[in-house]
Design a protein around this ligand. Structure first.
Ligand code: FAD
Length: 692
């Protein structure tokens, strides 16, 4: 049952996959992004350009490749950690590889004394990550045509592999990608080392699942490949060279520009996930009347770019780190005096891909390119021990790194980012022995954050609305308030637009005018990502939407669209929206707009609002659904569509459960049957989720 979606994807794309295989060259060529490697760094030479993984490994003396299928960067991060550990502890010659950068038709010739790791995230409704789609197209079909061994039942018997999946148990197709992949590879005779690991983001145990899985895995792999474990030595993957002869004035130095195209003046399209458009915010306001929380509404204009969207798509916003955190970092590692020194960063060999453009400066690397505010991992704490300012601090780091509970107590529960962690464990003593290459390897590239577009493309496909709550969390026992990177950046931009003389209310000190003031005015880098979260193509179908809080975002777009369709004289079905918030007078977002929609749509539109803090009883969308059980069931019987957006951990799961119950009660069938019907709605696309 776990493989349903995978099977569907496989079937749906088999034809495309086959075409892709037989027409390789051209097909891949058009897929390749012109800016993907426009960074002018270590990616040079014959081996770097090849899409032949075996040739690339052999040319660069590698015997271990860690492939990753990654969407938000976590799987990529785990892949580099495995690669580093394999080389540091076991002397493997490792490299990481983005799945979309290679072809797989010669996988049957993978040398027997090599090993391949697959670190695979499962995305959305059991889908592959964008960079793994083509790989799954190829590997997914039963009739993969390996060059040498056509007709061979076990074409991959040479391939030794290790698997780890990143998933979320709140989704139905938990870890479907790694499960599907192991099933396929095992079927084709590949030799799996140990069980594939599974990390669960839903339970919040991803990191610990990974740590618990990898020790026995290394043991089996070491036995299997005759590897000797040694005391881990740090071997840099990147060479960081200071360039005192280069000044930040030089037009070849990257001060935060996303790629070469942006460095060289006015950026050119096409704009996409490698090449953001610097878009103006044409309007901004706050949606809450609440002193402790901010909720932003932004209108972003993509006129003048190729970017457009369909209702239900996502916009990606490229953030930069708050100046306050960049300063903290530079200070604790003893580098504040040389923040603007120009550095060139190169891979030690051709397989190491520098995650950001070079030459750049320490300041720009930490502000624009590296994720410095994310939670700290226990494994990374252990790796830093050898660079501690003194023996006592080193011992403390080893203890924290080796003890899950102690780590929880000292680090995780305090919500430290890396610089806050260093400050607190050394009592302010500088960590000036840490080579900068470690940060480049371990911090991960700063990731764009996604927002469900809260407007309708039918009305204007160049003007994108965003509805975002500003992340600001006070955690009991922590000495600081956790500030979300992107949403506080957006808040500062909104304040600037309104002429606030102090646009940065929390002293975060964002560089809101961007590198070389290129984002001046009120601009920010964005791209658009299409999604499967879509209205029925036939507007006469009834729809039910469940979207408490910012989960309302895409439904504002859906409702705008249906309202416009009514204005256009189309036959529009019943449009029912369940919204939830704390108090009617406080955070009932877009309340006035819903009134206007009612004027146009009449009883075709109904909003049911649940307030959790207005009365003695806490009321949630789930309760409101139960009140409307009969009508919900009728709408579904009339081939209605059901949508859920917002909190994945609790709300979405409960809504799924309640719908199963409603169907069971209304149709007089068992709960199991009700749940099975919900499941089949998911499979057919009549139940869609946009959750995070
Ligand atoms: P971040 O800095 O990324 O922090 C986010 C969270 O990570 C924190 O709240 C905290 O829980 C954790 N965290 C960060 N640093 C630490 C640390 N040092 N220690 C411990 N924990 C830490 N949001 C909306 O408001 N509206 C939308 O419409 C919307 N749509 C989305 C659609 C999709 C498909 C997805 C995937 C997400 C969507 N989100 C939406 C969420 C959004 O992408 C961001 O995650 C959110 O705005 C927070 O971003 P941030 O950069 O401000 O916070």
């Amino acid at each position: 049952a776990q493989l349903d979606t995978l099977d569907i994807i496989v079937l749906a794309v088999l034809l495309v996959g086959t075409v892709a295989y037989f027409t390789k060259g051209t097909y891949w060529a058009v897929q390749k992004d012109p800016y993907a490697s426009a960074q002018g760094n270590g990616d040079t030479g014959k081996a770097a350009k090849s899409r032949d993984i075996i040739a690339k490994m052999q040319d660069s003396g590698k015997n271990c490749v860690v492939f990753y299928g990654s969407q938000t960067g976590t799987a990529e991060d785990y892949a580099s950690r495995l690669a580093k550990e394999g080389s540091g502890r076991f002397g493997l010659k490792t490299m990481t590889a983005d799945l979309e950068e290679f072809d797989y038709d010669n996988l049957d010739q993978f040398p027997e004394d090599f090993v391949a790791f697959f670190v695979m995230a499962t995305y959305g409704e059991g889908e592959p990550t964008d960079n793994a789609v083509e790989f799954f197209e190829f590997i997914g079909g039963d009739d993969v045509a390996f060059s040498e061994k056509q007709g061979d039942e076990k074409p991959l018997s040479n391939l030794r592999y290790v698997g780890f999946g990143l998933g979320n148990n709140t989704y139905e197709h938990y870890n479907a990608m790694i499960r599907g992949l192991t099933k396929q590879l095992d079927k084709m005779g590949a030799k799996r080392v140990g069980d594939a690991g599974e990390g669960d983001d839903g339970a919040g145990t991803m990191e610990e699942d990974f740590l618990a899985w990898k020790e026995p895995m290394w043991k089996s792999l070491a036995a299997d490949m005759n590897l000797e474990e040694r005391e881990a030595v740090y071997e840099p993957i990147f060479e960081v060279t200071e360039k005192p002869e280069l000044s930040t004035e030089e037009d070849t130095v990257y001060l935060g520009e996303p790629n070469k195209n942006h460095l060289e003046g006015a950026s050119k399209g096409p704009y996409n996930s490698h090449n953001p458009f610097i878009a103006p915010i044409v309007e901004s306001r706050e949606l809450f009347n609440d002193k402790t929380r901010n909720c932003l509404h932004l209108e972003i204009d993509t006129t003048g770019s190729n970017l457009s969207y369909q209702t239900g798509d996502h916009i990606a916003i490229w953030p930069n780190n708050a100046g306050k955190e960049v300063d903290r970092f530079l200070d604790i590692v003893g580098m504040i005096g040389k923040r603007h020194t120009v550095v060139s960063i190169k891979g030690v060999d051709a397989t190491a891909k520098v995650p950001f453009p070079s030459p750049s400066t320490y300041d720009a690397a930490l502000r624009y390119y590296l994720e410095i505010c994310a939670p700290v991992s226990r494994q990374f704490v252990s790796a830093l021990a050898q660079f501690a300012p003194n023996e006592e601090i080193k011992a403390e780091l080893i203890k924290i790194g080796g003890d899950k509970d102690y780590f929880q107590d000292k680090v995780a529960s305090k919500n430290f980012n890396i610089a806050q962690f260093l400050e607190s464990t050394s009592g302010g003593k500088k960590w000036d022995k840490i080579p900068f290459s470690i940060w480049v390897e371990s911090l991960g590239k700063i990731q764009p954050r996604y927002y469900s577009i809260s407007s309708s493309s039918l009305i204007n496909n160049k003007k994108i609305s965003v509805t975002a709550v500003v992340e600001s969390r006070e955690i009991p026992g922590a000495s600081h308030v956790l500030k979300g990177v992107t949403t506080n950046y957006l808040l500062a931009l909104k304040n600037k637009q309104h002429g606030d003389p102090n646009p940065d209310p929390h002293g975060l000190n964002y560089a809101i005018t961007g590198p070389r003031n290129k984002y001046d005015g009120v601009h920010l880098p964005v791209h658009v990502r299409s999604s499967n979260f879509k209205l029925p193509s036939d507007p006469s179908k009834p729809i039910i939407m469940i979207g408490p809080g910012t989960g309302a975002a895409p439904f504002r777009g859906f409702i705008q669209e249906r309202c416009q369709q009514v204005k256009n004289g189309e036959n529009v079905g019943k449009t029912m929206f369940f919204f939830g918030c704390r108090k009617e007078a406080e955070d009932f977002i877009y309340k006035d707009e819903w009134e206007e929609v009612k004027q146009v749509m009449g009883d075709k539109f109904e909003i049911l609002a649940a307030f959790s803090r207005d009365g003695a009883q806490k009321v949630y969308v789930q309760h409101k659904m139960k009140e409307k059980a009969e009508e919900i069931n009728k709408m579904l019987e009339a081939k209605g569509y059901f949508y859920v957006c917002g909190d994945a951990a609790n709300m979405a799961r409960e809504v799924n459960d309640i719908l199963g119950q409603i169907i069971a009660d209304q149709r007089g069938v068992t709960k199991e049957k009700g749940d099975a019907l919900v499941k089949s709605m998911r499979t057919s696309g009549a139940y869609q989720e946009d959750v995070w």
